[in-house]
Design a protein around this ligand. Structure first.
Ligand code: DON
Length: 304
């Protein structure tokens, strides 16, 4: 049996002495207040044992990690119809890059870059009665965590400064790939990204991607084919132009966010979430990547 607790405590100790912790995202002003010295990690194995170290119970802004959750809800509702409007190829570009979108006539490369996530939001707005409430309920129910919430300050902060997302949404609209108003779609997207939760709560959510679509209470949210596809997208697109590096160093499907979180999983074995707000130059958590590299190297547990 692997000593997950011992290993993650050791990793947390090793990372403490690292001085260069990257840079906290500041293009969303409200994220700039995060403390670079925080580090948390939480792991849940397939037997539902939990292991924690560091600041694993402190809520942070999950940002782009939320794109996997909205994708999961959209696939549950429209399933494969989604692929008429969003492609499934890695972009090799930063998450907010626009040039490919124009070159490819308003069809985003994949649902994990911003343009693709905006199309997923549009689908949910068209399909759900009360999109923001229904999405939050979906997330809370999977994790069985009723305190997960939108951080209105973060959502407002991005609404004021998210100009590239406005540009992406208008471009999508110009190509006929948004059914709803640009402002409605962006309001939903900024809220989705503002979801605040801890490593522990996020790991309970990512359990469904590890456990073939079933949550910790064994309720099925996604079928096995949908989970296969979501995990494939995380592996190839979850870290934007650093997806190759993450596969190379860590070797797990996963998703990062500019709040400093990374959620990753090994199908049927474990899911793990790290949080450290300092980012590397590609916008992914610096210590989070190092921690996960150490985890898969020391346990020998990666998809490769
Ligand atoms: O749209 C944005 O720029 C942010 N709400 C989310 C970006 C993000 O987290 C990218 N991930 N590494």
């Amino acid at each position: 049996m692997i000593d997950f607790q011992g290993i993650i405590e050791d990793i947390t100790r090793n990372l403490k002495s690292i001085e260069d912790r990257g840079t906290v995202a500041s293009y969303i002003p409200e994220l700039a207040i995060a403390n670079k010295h925080k580090f948390g990690i939480h792991l849940i194995d397939s037997q539902n044992n939990s292991y924690s170290a560091g600041d694993a119970e402190e809520a942070f802004s999950i940002q782009s990690i939320s794109k996997v959750l909205s994708l999961a809800q959209a696939m549950g509702v429209v399933d494969n119809k989604l692929w008429k409007r969003v492609s499934v190829e890695p972009s090799g570009d930063p998450f907010n890059h626009l040039s490919l979108l124009e070159m490819e006539n308003g069809i985003p490369r994949n649902p994990l870059i911003n343009a693709g996530a905006l199309v997923v939001c549009d689908v949910l707005i068209s399909q759900l009665k009360n999109p923001k409430e229904d999405f939050l309920t979906f997330v809370r129910n999977i994790a069985n965590e009723p305190t997960i919430h939108y951080d209105e300050k973060v959502a407002l902060s991005e609404k004021r400064t998210g100009f590239k997302n406005y540009a992406a949404a208008y471009l999508l609209k110009s190509y006929g790939n948004l059914e709803n108003d640009v402002d409605t779609v962006l309001d939903f997207y900024f809220h989705q990204c503002s979801l605040a939760m801890s490593c522990k709560q996020l790991a309970k959510l990512f359990y469904i991607f590890m456990n073939r679509g079933k949550c910790l209470r064994e309720k099925e949210y996604l079928n096995i084919n949908q989970v296969k596809r979501i995990n494939a997208l995380m592996l190839t697109c979850g870290f934007y132009d650093e997806a190759g590096e993450f596969a190379f160093e860590v070797g797990l499907p996963g998703k990062s966010g500019v709040g400093g979180g990374i959620a990753a999983l090994l199908p049927d074995q474990y899911c793990v979430v790290t949080w450290s707000p300092g980012l590397n130059q590609k916008g992914n958590s610096k210590l989070g990547m190092l921690a996960l590299e150490q985890l898969t190297t020391r346990t020998g547990l990666s998809i490769f």
